[in-house]
Design a protein around this ligand. Sequence first.
Ligand code: SF4
Ligand code: SF4
Length: 544
Amino acid sequence: MAYKISGDCVACSSCIAVCPTGAISIQQGNYWIDPAICNNCEGYAPEPLCVSACNIGASMPLQPKKGRVKAIENPFTVSPSLFTNGVSTPFSSAIAIWEACNLLAQRQSLPWSLDDSGTLVYERSVSQGKGKIALRLNNIINFSYPRSHLESQTILASNTLDIRSTCLHLLYAAYATTLEKPWEQEFSISDSQIEEYLGLDKRKDLSKSTKLNLIKTLAIQPCWITAQIDWPKQGKVESFSLPESPLWSLLEIVHHFHEDEEGCKHLIGLTFRLKAGDWSQYFLNKKECHAGRAFYQYSHLPKSLLGAIMSIWQQHEGAARMLLWLLFKTRMGDQQRIMVMTLMRVAYGEDRVNQAISQREERKRLLRMFESDLEVVNRYGLKPIFDPVSYPTEIQPLWSKLADIPDDAEAALDFWINDGSCNLRLTDVGPRGKWQMLTNARILSFELLADWEQPAELSRKKRKFERSQNQSTKQRSSSKKVQTANQSLLSGEQIATLRKNLQISQRTLAEKIGKSQSWIRDVENGRFQAKQSEQQLIRQALGL
Ligand code: SF4
Ligand code: SF4
């Protein structure tokens, strides 16, 4: 049971000095024991030290609060909420943000080193070694882990960092894009906003104090990262060097309390005041970007990704890592070929992959895990398109092959009859040498769910629109034409109705337009929308 401080406290500070866990702090002028940190002095003293230190008996056992916690008016002004369209929000996709996301997600799998001061450093070269980004992890200190020992420090970082803190990091990157000069202006987020973004508001199994404790832990971790950047000349933007500075500065955590009849404070809310680091002056600077002296790199963050990470982080950490990495990678263009081995390294780390190369059992385990994690990635919005040459059906995961089974009962029967007469059946185990084949296998691209893809499309149009604002009326009218064309896009339901009217199976339609049957099914189910060029093919196939 934790302890609490009553309203009789005279602020003598005696208890702070003796508390072995650092649970006592002064928040908004009040002495307060953080129940998430206080351990009742277990392992330190036979009796709570704050009780013996307090001459007036203000430190007393904390009884669990019964009933619902009253919602309070947050007296602190917070920044406007994100995800106003309910689906996605712009966020800074600069390389420093991507690499920091990798750092929080991949932790022990990264090639760490120690600098002269014994701080962990993750370095990555840019522009073929012409530049460099160094991310350091400060504030992770535990004296049981020797400061100068790389392996100990890596284990400490890996044990301390939580992959869910990537969600907070991405939210900060989103808030930074709402500001004109993020390197000068601050933003504030409340715990209830974070709860809603992460889907914690729907978790009835978690108490308010558990949620607050989790949010506080996750919110602090991205602020431990510092960035040092040596950037080479790129296009019009001249080379620059950015000395080590925090990626995110946590200016203040404001605690909101409810006072009980004994004058004890109970934490019922948090507000985080933050500011983006100096990197944003070079990578999120709209004004200087127009003048060609800096970058303004942003993309769209699907809200569903945050919920996915919060749901799968324990059971499918590999899938969570892949989703986070692909959030940035898929923004680099439609045709991003990705080697399977690269994805495996992202999901499980270099060491684990090397182990699989040399050990048969580990190889089997990793393969099973990869196929299952890839299915999770597919379920949460990114459908892999396998390269038919290097990643043929025989080595594709079973879940992907089963996706081709037609919905229609008769067509499904034909499908299984055909499959039975094939040399290699759908449910046969993979061929010998499957791992060897996978080492050269590639995924051509990922088809994106609407909330992943549409915003990217919109952002392209927005950038195009911004560029065209100062141009001729002719260009503006052509932009309108694109919008009109988009309005006449066939919905999945319309495609399904038209196809059924013509008595064409999904498979036949798929063959006509050079797509897979599962692709047609996904479009008809509204999982994603066919692009303009694909719509054209569908229209032709349906005789429109
Ligand atoms: S009981 Fe011990 S750990 Fe808890 S606040 Fe008091 S001194 Fe600190
Ligand atoms: S709780 Fe007691 S010991 Fe701690 S500051 Fe208040 S009066 Fe002093």
